[in-house]
Design a protein around this ligand. Structure first.
Ligand code: HPA
Ligand code: ZN
Length: 334
């Protein structure tokens, strides 16, 4: 059976909205906000998209955010993502945002959330995409900063489904954030965390046991720990894998070396996602195509990944069933 990755219905569960900031839009916003960028033009900026590891990407990712200043910027950034996501077969998106990266530049929490929210309210009507927001804490900042950010989010509890953990992983284990995640769960937030991208399997164990995450973001280095693989297979805790990201940030050398296929064969609940598509060369369907080609995944494998994206999402059971039926329709003979 041939499956077209672009029309396969899917949920995207690992997408940083700031990572959808395309070079042309960075310059457009910088110009209208009178922000001076370190690069003279789009071509010079794109020339810098040669990453050697996670930190080399993060440096550019945070630098580009200087161009985001107003509610309108956050709304237009999100609308542009939703437009592209629609063309990639996305039906539901659980979107990360990094408030601390904006607060430290002098923006208010309300500027960020109001801009994002204005776009998300238009999403299901204009793009046929349901959405949820996940607020990530920057793990290279102190826990006290995460705690203050959580306080700012409490008045917006109705707009934010969960909290996550991102930014520089090595040296910043999940254990550093146990108290703030405890408080977030007590306030009713679900939890996820980046773990096992550059960090060791021990960080995945900590995310599960200390932060009590519903999903692990990336988690590819779990494969180095057979006991962890067994545990993940038994519990079916989902992993939001980002193949193009892993190649671009040199977590693996080539797509042919990516562990996704081995993870699926080991019985793990994997999903495929785009992470920061403006930086890593493709949106979510492009990630499906890349693993289809690089790992020789079959049509059945792609359908399984699409099913997993919905079963691993935070939508209700009735909606899950609706999307699973839609996927089955793709496979049905016409
Ligand atoms: N890893 C960690 N932090 C991030 C990422 C990522 O892939 N993308 C944006 N922030
Ligand atoms: Zn990520």
């Amino acid at each position: 059976m041939t499956i077209d990755p672009r029309t396969l219905p899917k949920a995207e569960l690992h997408i940083h909205i700031e990572g959808t900031f395309e070079p042309a839009q960075i310059f457009q916003f910088a110009q209208r906000n009178n922000v001076k960028l370190a690069y003279p033009n789009v071509a010079a900026l794109e020339e810098a998209y040669k990453f050697t590891d996670l930190q080399s990407f993060l440096n550019l990712y945070y630098a580009a955010m200087a161009a985001l200043r107003t509610e309108r910027d956050f709304e237009e950034l999100t609308i542009a993502y939703l437009q592209r996501a629609k063309a990639q077969g996305v039906r539901h998106a659980e979107i990360f945002f990094d408030p601390q990266a904006h607060l430290e530049r002098g923006l208010s929490f309300d500027t960020v959330i109001n801009g994002l929210w204005a776009a998300l309210q238009r999403s299901s009507g204009e793009f046929g995409i349901t959405t949820a927001l996940i607020m990530c804490f920057l793990r290279d900042q102190p826990e006290s900063s995460a705690m203050q950010t959580l306080e700012l989010a409490l008045p917006h509890r109705d707009k934010i489904i969960g909290v996550g953990l991102d930014s520089a992983e090595l040296g910043n284990p999940p254990s550093k954030f146990q108290a703030v995640f405890d408080r977030a769960r007590a306030a009713g937030f679900l939890t996820v965390a980046h773990a096992g991208e550059e960090g060791p399997p021990e960080y995945v164990w900590q995310a599960l046991e200390l932060l009590k995450v519903s999903r692990v973001d990336h988690g590819v280095r779990s494969m180095e720990d057979p006991l962890l693989v067994k545990h993940l297979a038994q519990t079916q805790i989902p992993l939001t894998v980002c193949p193009l990201s892993n190649v671009r940030l040199r977590v693996v050398d080539r797509m042919a070396d990516h562990p996704l296929k081995r993870m699926m064969e080991a019985g793990l609940c994997c999903t495929v996602n785009s992470d920061d598509p403006a930086y890593f060369g493709g949106y979510v369907a492009d990630n499906f195509s890349a693993v289809q080609q690089g790992l020789q995944l079959t049509g059945d494998d792609l359908m399984q990944l699409a099913r997993n994206s919905f079963t691993s999402s935070f939508i209700d059971d009735l909606s899950k069933q609706h999307y699973l039926d839609e996927i089955d329709g793709v496979a049905a003979p016409t």
